[in-house]
Design a protein around this ligand. Structure first.
Ligand code: ZN
Length: 477
């Protein structure tokens, strides 16, 4: 009887999310705690309660670190959505490292360094991670960020020395490589040779391998690039991430060193930026072909040449000779780079084009592009146009559901369709973060789960739900 009374009492006094989180973590009911907060919008919890929910999830993350790292990671990931506290970021980063998700660990640590500059543990751990990846330049930059008075400072100094020495050795190896490649005259294409730069035989193989080691990172335009000849006999400059060539082989890298330097800088930015936003970037090299305006117009048509700065096409990023590399031009290059990344995540080739809805693919690129431009989404003029459409009962916004059958570019208003695609991905990101988004992407690409089924599994949403969210957002903005 008493038992029943208590149960009734519990049922009639609804707990707040904070109370529930506290109670479950007090009981160490980690599984239930996770289930209670594993999905749904963190913003639906009142702002003043989010820190408590986050704190409870962090406790779970820490408690499970030894025995169930995957679960610990998931809890850390949720904790951060409720509050980006230092312990939450720390726990997520450790769990990511233990589950071999290096990109996720790196992006969590970068977040820690940015949000808590006085905390020495974030740059120290980031530096160690980069050392392991043999990114000595990046490691140095990280160790230098450890505040001199932090308790991590002595260890950071010692490791900084180590990273510096490694950089010097790398530089020596690189200039040696350049010397050897000059002696071999590798910049002149030899007739009949149709081997990729990374697969050259003889002494040159070792020259190239210095630069194609996985995890090697470029931070500046001059770093880590070597000359070679690709499969078509084109002169290329490559490192582990980019293989750059000119559409017209007669052009010389020396003639346009300045322009090329800028492009390399943007591409390197694109790599780091994409990795920051999505937690991953493309790890296999992507071809980048530099066109003059004229060449680009001939290849892709004059209309396209006037409006785009680049295009991801047949496994390569084609770059239109933009006169000025403005922020918008750079954003386009980032957009194309995201396509290259998604293609890679999808298993390479054209897998992404075959399996992913085109709107989703474009939406991913739009989303990262907006992040890069630091804008909240489509510009106000576009939002106004959408509102006008919504206000007219005779019209309706193009929906992602419709775009399952028609690609955004082939809709009556392509720009609007791209914007809506971007907003759809933005909404998915807002709900569950990058890890979930990429899990869905992999399910569709690699496990061949139909997109709508994956959306249901990972977000509990249908395409109609997503469309009505977008309408809501348009009305609110
Ligand atoms: Zn695109």
């Amino acid at each position: 009887m008493r038992f029943l009374f208590v149960a009734l009492l519990l049922a009639t006094t609804p707990q707040t999310p904070a109370q529930k989180a506290k109670e479950l973590s007090g009981q160490k009911s980690w599984e239930e705690l996770y289930l209670a907060f594993s999905s749904g919008d963190a913003k639906a919890v009142p702002a003043e309660q989010r820190a408590t929910v986050s704190g409870a999830l962090v406790k779970g993350c820490q408690a499970l670190m030894k025995d169930d790292t995957v679960m610990a990671y998931s809890m850390g990931e949720r904790a951060i959505l409720y509050e980006e506290s230092a312990p939450a970021i720390r726990c997520l980063a450790s769990a990511a490292r233990k589950t071999e998700q290096r990109a996720a660990a790196e992006s969590a640590l970068v977040k820690g360094v940015t949000l808590f500059p006085k905390d020495g543990s974030f740059p120290l751990e980031l530096g160690k991670l980069l050392l392991e990846e043999q990114d000595f330049v990046g490691a140095q930059a990280a160790f230098e960020k450890v505040p001199p008075r932090a308790k991590e400072s002595a260890e950071a100094k010692r490791l900084l020395q180590k990273a510096r020495q490694q950089t010097l050795q790398e530089d020596a190896a690189r200039s040696e490589a350049t010397r050897i490649s000059r002696r071999l005259g590798s910049s002149a294409p030899q007739p009949g040779q149709t081997r990729p730069a990374s697969a050259m035989g003889g002494e040159e193989a070792s020259v190239v391998s210095l630069e194609t080691r996985p995890g090697m990172s470029i931070r500046g335009p001059k770093l880590g690039f070597e000359s070679g000849v690709d499969a078509r006999g084109m002169r290329v400059r490559s490192n582990s991430r980019f293989v750059i060539s000119y559409f017209n082989n007669d052009r010389d890298f020396g003639q346009r060193a300045d322009y090329e330097g800028h492009i390399v800088e943007i591409l390197s930015d694109a790599y780091h930026f994409t990795r920051g936003v999505l937690g991953e970037a493309r790890e296999t090299p992507v071809s980048v072909v530099l066109y003059t305006g004229q060449e680009f117009a001939t290849a892709f048509g004059p209309r396209v040449a006037r409006v785009v700065a680049g295009k991801y096409f047949e496994n390569a990023i084609a770059i239109n000779n933009a006169k000025e590399l403005t922020k918008e031009t750079k954003a386009t290059i980032i957009h194309e780079y995201v396509h290259a990344t998604v293609a890679d995540i999808c298993g390479g080739g054209d897998g992404d084009m075959v399996r992913l809805p085109l709107w989703y693919n474009e939406g991913l690129s739009m989303f990262v592009e907006w992040k890069y431009l630091d804008v909240p989404g489509p510009d106000l003029e576009m939002v106004d146009q959408m509102r006008t459409v919504l206000a007219d009962p005779a019209l309706s916004l193009i929906s992602v559901k419709q775009m399952m059958k028609v690609s955004p570019i082939n809709t009556p208003s392509a720009t609007m369709a791209y914007a809506i695609s971007g907003m759809a991905v933005q909404e998915l990101m807002r709900r569950e973060g990058a890890h979930r988004l990429l899990t869905l992407t992999r399910d569709v690409c690699k496990r061949q789960v139909p997109f709508e089924a994956a959306l249901k599994t990972h977000y509990g949403m249908t395409l109609e739900d997503l469309d009505s969210e977008i309408e809501k957002i348009v009305r609110q903005r």
